[in-house]
Design a protein around this ligand. Sequence first.
Ligand code: ADE
Length: 227
Amino acid sequence: MRIDVVTLFPELFDAPLRTSLLGRAVAAGVVDVRVHDLRLYGLGRHRVVDDAPYGGGAGMVLRPEPVFAAVEALDAPEAHVVLLSPRGRRLVQRRCEALAAMAHLVLVCGRYEGVDERVALGLADEELSIGDYVLAGGEVAALVVIEAVTRLLPGVVGNPGSVRTESHAGGLLEHPHYTRPAEFRGMRVPDVLLSGDHEAIARWRAEQARRTTERRRPDLLQGDAGP
Ligand code: ADE
């Protein structure tokens, strides 16, 4: 899979793309991530990328020309272009699975107070938000997309079973996990997990997943967490 990122802050991606699971997937060539500096496509001698909003108001807005130029320079009309912005549809696991099935993603990171709407209208295939809060820009959101998608690619997570059973994979939060010691500061591991009875353990885990989801995230049971 290939992922191109268009950003004003390419250096933000250095450490995350070299570390842990993402670093290993990049080193193994499972995912080819290329980060492009939007400033190189800025206008004029000063490489201007933003301007004041038409109609007035606070802050600056990213102009459309540099963003279009940066994406068009990739010469990949088949790529799926995603604009990261707090105005996008909320990203959920099911969408990550769909994105992981794509051969080529382009992630455009918004900055400043906003991005000229013509980027969403004429360039992006979809606009995604990673949650109902506002970040300084789309970079951290793009990293969230890269990590959530990459770990779904074949061979990235050592045990494919853990990707299938984890929280959100089946529309529920995951059951709790325990490891040694069997008792820690007065808190005991539930007996069933020490019983060796695999059917009873599976039943207990399913019940815990249902109960935890009911208590913490009833919206998931209603199926209204988005596509
Ligand atoms: N840029 C700023 N806030 C964002 C969010 N919540 N999701 C995606 N991109 C963003």
